[in-house]
Design a protein around this ligand. Structure first.
Ligand code: ADP
Ligand code: MG
Length: 420
């Protein structure tokens, strides 16, 4: 057989389902979080069983990547499933991330949206929306499972205590409780953040404290293994045990020394990026050098997470997409000029039917993207007869920390969702 007859290399030989490696994906099983799940469910059970006239609070506390959001989501999804099968009385589930919703109106509107109510951005007061929601729950005899996520951000916000107060007392708006309210309040660092909360707000509640410790290497091994074998995110044969151990050891927390991140998101991301690297190099197996490369490049760009990108303003997203696309069209260039990026940006605006921003506003947004660490900029040095002088040449823009195709794909999805 001649070389030319060889089978073409099939695409995606390692990654079976990229979505299953992203933070949006909720795995079916959460190894090492069974105890937390049952503690929370046990405490909130009366509300899940339909008891009215009662409020219960579970406080979930632990550093980033310890599965707090995933645990709350999986409880919420399970409740929905049980309600659908009529195994339990009707209960609504709402998940509010305080990082994206930090005024009381925004919070109430998100809860409304999760309940399937269509609340316009304008035309109603916060009070009216709150009453609408309470009446809806009351009329339909729903209980409510409400998750307040990233509460550390909320309580530092000027309106934070007010929002928290309202949420905890949702059922009391008309004097008496008309529905059961189960709250899961998630903190990254409760001990520090509690200082920002008015003492009276939480004290009167029957709260249960549930701790999420950083994952050890062994625990991360099981989590990675499950993502491969059970969730089938990656082809099993492409990864051997040593690779998994290597990643788990790099990220795992050691209780004896207090060192290590213990962040499952980071471990999954290393696996993901190592798989991409191996694929890019045309291999069908992940090698230790892939893992080393990802770790050494410090490729843990949490700022490129979907949820972070999502919070950028629309025009910031469009500009970042324009930078990515321009760089993709100039494969051999690490930096492209501001002028070309601006053209691409205006193209994109036209395609999406949006009015492009003017020069000064574009410039401000580019500076902001640089401050976030999403792009790098450099000024061209102008050369005049031997002497080197800085002259006003349009700035050059680059992106060094993330694969462009991934960034492009994510931004496009987010922009299209935002505009739909
Ligand atoms: P936190 O909210 O504590 O920052 P997340 O719940 O967002 O952490 O988890 C981060 C990522 O790690 C998510 O992709 C999640 O699916 C995954 N993850 C966390 N804990 C587990 C676990 N026990 N089993 C499987 N995946 C997990
Ligand atoms: Mg979280």
């Amino acid at each position: 057989m001649s070389l030319l007859d060889a089978d073409p290399v099939p695409p995606n030989k390692i990654i079976l389902d990229e979505y299953k490696l992203t933070n949006d994906y909720l795995p079916k099983k959460l190894p090492h979080r069974e105890r937390q799940i049952s503690e929370i469910v046990d405490h909130l059970k009366p509300i899940f069983q339909g008891e009215e006239n009662i409020v219960r609070v579970a406080i979930l506390d632990g550093p980033i990547g310890t599965g707090k959001t995933a645990v709350a989501r999986s409880i919420g999804e399970k409740l929905r499933e049980y309600v659908d099968k009529r195994k339990i009385p009707p209960i609504a589930y709402s998940h509010v991330n305080s990082q994206s919703f930090n005024t009381k109106f925004q919070v109430m509107r998100k809860i409304g949206k999760d309940l399937g109510l269509n609340i316009p951005r304008k035309g109603f007061s916060t009070q009216e929306v709150t009453e609408y929601i309470v009446n809806f729950l009351d009329k339909n005899q729903y209980n409510l499972f409400l998750v307040i996520d990233e509460t550390d951000v909320l309580v530092r916000h000027p309106e934070g205590n007010n929002v928290l107060y309202t949420l905890l007392r949702l059922g009391e708006i008309y004097g008496s409780h008309r529905f059961g309210l189960a709250l899961a309040i998630i903190f990254r660092n409760y001990t520090v953040s509690v200082e920002y909360i008015d003492k009276s707000i939480l004290s009167s509640f029957n709260s249960r404290f549930v701790k999420f410790n950083p994952y050890t290497s062994r625990e991360l091994e099981n989590i990675l293994e499950a993502r491969i074998v059970h969730e089938k995110a990656i082809r099993e044969e492409a990864v051997n045990d040593e690779i998994i151990t290597m990643i788990a050891d790099a990220v795992g927390y050691d209780p004896a020394t207090g060192k290590g991140y213990g962040d499952a998101r980071m471990a999954i991301k290393i696996l993901w990026f190592a798989a991409r690297r191996a694929e890019r190099e045309g291999r069908n197996r992940i090698l230790p050098e892939d893992v080393r490369d990802v770790i050494n490049r410090g490729v843990l760009p949490t700022i490129y997470d979907r949820e972070f990108l999502q919070r950028l303003q629309l025009h910031e997203k469009l500009l970042l997409l324009a930078v990515a696309r321009t760089l993709m069209l100039n494969r051999e260039r690490a930096y492209v000029s501001m002028g070309v990026v601006k053209l691409e940006y205006e193209d994109l605006c036209e395609r999406y039917g949006i009015r492009p921003l003017g020069h000064t506003s574009i410039w401000e947004r580019i500076q902001k993207l640089r401050t976030y660490g999403l792009i790098e900029t450099k000024v061209d040095k102008g050369r005049t007869r031997g002497r080197t002088t800085r002259i006003q040449i349009p700035e050059q823009i680059g992106i060094s920390k993330v694969p462009l195709d991934l960034l492009e794909k994510t931004l496009k999805e987010l922009i299209e969702r935002e505009l739909s």
